[in-house]
Design a protein around this ligand. Structure first.
Ligand code: GLU
Length: 428
C-alpha cells in the first residue's frame, strides 16, 4: 500500500502522524504567518536528496545480515546539511526527511550557518555487540562517503548512537580520504576533535529554555516543580541542571517507568542512561509511575525528553503542567498541539529547546576547522549567549503577533531561510 503523505487532512486522528506529515503541516501553518514566496514554501516541502544504502554486516557467528541506511538532506541554502544519525528499528526514509526538515528550522532559529539533514540505519542497536556496531558504522560511513564531508553534510549522534559511533564514522571516512578529517561529524569524544560540553548540550539548552519559560511566566524557579520523561543525555542533563538551579525535580523516568517524590529527587543520585542503562527504577523513591502517568503529573513544567509522539490527542487534555518543554524531537503531535494551545499550555518547541546539541556541534565544527580547542567554560558561555539570542528572537514574534512559541520559532526560522533563498535566487 502506498504511504504517500498528504497534508490535507489535519482532522483525521489519531494514529500519530508520520514525522514528515507533521513537519509539512507545521511548515504550512508557519508559512501563513510569514510574508514568504509560496514557491519557497513549496521547495521547502521537499528534500534536496535522500540517499538510501545497503549496509551488509558480518555478525559474530559469521553470518551476514543486510541493513538499510539513509541520509536525508533537506535544505542547504544557509550552509552544509547538519543533523544526527539514528540507529533504531523504525528508521525509514520518510522519517529521516521529516527529521531533516526539523534540523533545517533548528539551525535557522539558532542562526547557525547550516541546513538540515538526518539519517540512520533501521537496526535495533541493542541487538548488536560493540564490534558489530563498529563494523556497521564503518560500512555505513563508507556508503555515505560521497554525500557527507565537512563542507557538505556533517552528521552527529542521535537516538541509538553516541560519541564512540561518531569516532568510528570519522575514522572510516578519514582512512578513505587519506587525511584525518575531524569536521566530517560532530559529537565525537574530545580526544579526537570533539567539543567539551557537547554531550550535555541538548540537556543544557532544554534546561535554559525551561528556566526562561518559567521566568517569562513571572514565576520563580525555586518554587517550580518539574517532571522529566527520559533520563538519557537530554533528560538527565536537563533534570540535573534545573535541580542545580533550584527547581524541584519530582519525577524522572526511563523506558521501564518513572520514580516520583513530591519533595524532590536527588537527580545526581539517579543513574543516567550513560551511567547505568535503564536503572532509574532501581533508585529508591516513595512512588513509581508509568511513562504515561509522568506526563500527566500535576507539576509546573513537564519535559518529554525520550521519544517522539508521546503527547497526542489522547492525553493532551490530561497534561496538568502549565509549561511543556520539548527535550525530545517531535514529542507533541500536530493534533495535541492544537489542544494544548486551546487550553493555554505553553509549549517550548524542540527546535528551540533542544537546539543546544546542534549549537555545540557548530562550535565543535569550528574547533575542528581551526584546530583549536575551546574550554568548557567558553562553550557553555557561548551556548548560553546563543540560546538567549534565539529565545529573544522567538519571544519577539510571540509578542508581536500573539503566536504560540512553536509558530513563533518557525516564523523566525522560515523568515531567515526564505530571505537566504530569495537572495541567492533559483539556479539555473
Ligand atoms: N541529533 C541532534 C538533534 O536532533 C544533534 C544534531 C547535530 O548536532 O548535528 O538536534
Amino acid at each position: 500500500m502506498s504511504t504517500t503523505p498528504t497534508v490535507d487532512d489535519p482532522d483525521t486522528e489519531e494514529e500519530p502522524d508520520s514525522t514528515l506529515v507533521t513537519a509539512r503541516r507545521q511548515l504550512e501553518r508557519a508559512a501563513a504567518h510569514v510574508d514568504v514566496d509560496p514557491d519557497v514554501v513549496e521547495r521547502l516541502k521537499h528534500p534536496t536528496r535522500v540517499q538510501q544504502v545497503s549496509v551488509p554486516l558480518e555478525r559474530e557467528d559469521g553470518s551476514v545480515e543486510v541493513f538499510t541506511g539513509y541520509r536525508a538532506q533537506h535544505d542547504d541554502v544557509r550552509g552544509p546539511y547538519k543533523g544526527g544519525l539514528r540507529y533504531h528499528p523504525e528508521v525509514t526514509a520518510e522519517e529521516c526527511v521529516g527529521l531533516s526538515m526539523w534540523m533545517t528550522w533548528k539551525c535557522a532559529v539558532m542562526d547557525l550557518p547550516f541546513g538540515g539533514g538526518k539519517g540512520g540505519v533501521a537496526v535495533d542497536p541493542k541487538s548488536l555487540i560493540d564490534d558489530e556496531t563498529e563494523r556497521l558504522t564503518r560500512r555505513f560511513a563508507e556508503e555515505l562517503r560521497d554525500v557527507v564531508g565537512p563542507t557538505k553534510d556533517v552528521p552527529a549522534p542521535d537516538m541509538g548512537t553516541d560519541a564512540q559511533t561518531m569516532a568510528w564514522f570519522m575514522d572510516a571516512y578519514s582512512m578513505q580520504q587519506g587525511e584525518t578529517t575531524p569536521g566530517v561529524v560532530t559529537g565525537k569524544p574530545p580526544i579526537v576533535g570533539g567539543s567539551y560540553g557537547r554531550e550535555e548540550a541538548p540537556g543544557r539548552s532544554t534546561a535554559i529554555a525551561a528556566r526562561e519559560a518559567v521566568d517569562y511566566e513571572g514565576r520563580d524557579l525555586a518554587e517550580t516543580t518539574v517532571a522529566v520523561q527520559g533520563f538519557g543525555s537530554v533528560g538527565a542533563n536537563a533534570a540535573r541542571l534545573l535541580d542545580d538551579w533550584g527547581a524541584t525535580v519530582v519525577a524522572v523516568s526511563d523506558v521501564n517507568g518513572a520514580i516520583y517524590d513530591p519533595d524532590g529527587l536527588d537527580t545526581r543520585a539517579v543513574p543516567t542512561h550513560e551511567e547505568e542503562p535503564e536503572a532509574v527504577l532501581s533508585h529508591e523513591a516513595p512512588e513509581t509511575l508509568s511513562n504515561g502517568e509522568i506526563l500527566e503529573l500535576d507539576v509546573d513544567v513537564v519535559i518529554p525528553a525520550a521519544v517522539g509522539n508521546v503527547i497526542t490527542a489522547a492525553n493532551a487534555d490530561a497534561i496538568a503542567a502549565d509549561i511543556v518543554v520539548e527535550g525530545a524531537n517531535g514529542p507533541t503531535t500536530f493534533a495535541a498541539d492544537a489542544v494544548l494551545e486551546e487550553r493555554g499550555v505553553t509549549v517550548i518547541p524542540d527546535i528551540l529547546a533542544n537546539a543546544g546539541g546542534v549549537t555545540v556541534s557548530y562550535f565543535e565544527w569550528l574547533q575542528d576547522i581551526n584546530r583549536r580547542t575551546w574550554s568548557l567554560e567558553r562553550v557553555n558561555e557561548e551556548l548560553e549567549e546563543q540560546m538567549l539570542e534565539a529565545w529573544d528572537a522567538v519571544r519577539a514574534e510571540v509578542e508581536a503577533a500573539d503566536l504560540t512559541w512553536r509558530d513563533a520559532a518557525y516564523v523566525v526560522a522560515l523568515s531567515r531561510i526564505a530571505e537566504a533563498k530569495d537572495t541567492r535566487g533559483l539556479w539555473p
